[in-house]
Design a protein around this ligand. Structure first.
Ligand SMILES: [Zn+2]
Length: 299
């Protein structure tokens, strides 16, 4: 953690300090004339890796790609802008920001203001939404390196972006794929997420850089998808049960999922919220009290 890994010539991965400072993972690609960074992180996460990038190259950091709108992936945008970069994202990111970051867009205070209450780095910065937006894909290609920013469907959010390096077969997934008990499902759609992961698998990645947790190989996408498939199977069996009965079954579901070696590492504190999410997607009513199942992913 907090180490720079050179995963291919000019391509780097950095596993963020999630537990201590809430940081996401980052990647960066050194093109011939500039650097493209994958994920803006929190402001303190951006400040953590900028010197590490500068230690590797003197090329300017020109672009910061937000894989989605969550604070740990986008609130650092202002820091990148101050360092000369332009924040980029799928168009869904700005739509989600308009929904959740209402303070910035003229409505009542949103998640940024909430985050600023507990995080000094956020309070000392400001929300800077991405300004360069794409719908299906945006391609960077200087002849030597090619990075395709893609949108493959709804997953962890309604604006998930992937960074795909076809030459090196490296895929940066943001939180559409994680490696550990880090799946926050509140802003996404699990059934669609499974399909989006199927599309990601078709790219044929050899190296998968997740939004949180250590780097993996192609099987990481399979494992992430298998977790949601198995979770869905478990909840399906309870389709006709009442919300309180489904809620009471969470611990037995935990036991079943943990027994599956491939997906055990995905089972964590958010399981009740994940079970509820599948149940609600399939037509069930939310568990009560609603507050008890609230999941604080980014804080
Ligand atoms: Zn996220």
């Amino acid at each position: 953690m907090n180490q720079v890994t050179n995963i291919a010539p000019d391509v780097y991965f950095h596993e963020g300090d999630l537990k201590g400072r809430g940081h996401c993972n980052n990647g960066w690609v050194v093109f011939q004339d500039f650097v493209l960074v994958i994920d803006a992180n929190f402001p303190s996460g951006a400040q953590e890796i900028i010197p590490k990038i500068k230690a590797i190259t003197d090329k300017p950091i020109r672009f910061a790609f937000d894989t989605h709108h969550h604070g740990d992936h986008s609130y650092g945008n202002q820091v990148w802008v101050e360092n000369g970069a332009t924040p980029i994202a799928h168009v869904g990111v700005i739509e989600q920001m308009k929904k959740y970051e209402t303070g910035h867009f003229g409505g009542k205070p949103g998640r940024w203001e909430e985050s600023a209450k507990s995080r000094n780095d956020v309070a000392a910065s400001k929300l800077k939404p991405p300004i360069l937006l794409y719908t299906n894909s945006m391609i960077f290609d200087d002849g030597k390196h090619r990075v395709e920013l893609l949108h493959l469907g709804v997953a962890h959010t309604h604006g998930d972006g992937f960074a795909w390096l076809p030459k090196e077969r490296i895929l940066f997934t943001g939180d559409a794929c994680v490696n550990g008990p880090y799946n926050f499902t509140g802003d996404g759609h699990i059934a669609k997420w499974i399909r989006t992961l199927e599309a990601a698998k078709k790219l044929g990645a050899a190296t998968v850089c997740p939004g949180h947790g250590p780097v993996g190989t192609a099987t990481l996408l399979d494992d992430q998808q298998a977790f949601f498939v198995e979770l869905t199977k478990q909840v399906k069996r309870l389709a006709r049960k009442k919300p309180e009965e489904v809620k009471a079954a969470v611990e037995s579901i935990r036991f079943e999922l943990q027994a599956n070696e491939r997906i055990a590492r995905y089972v964590g504190d958010s399981l009740a919220a994940q079970v509820e999410k599948v149940y609600v997607e399939r037509g069930g009513k939310p568990f009560l009290p609603a507050k008890a199942s609230a999941d604080d992913h980014t804080q």
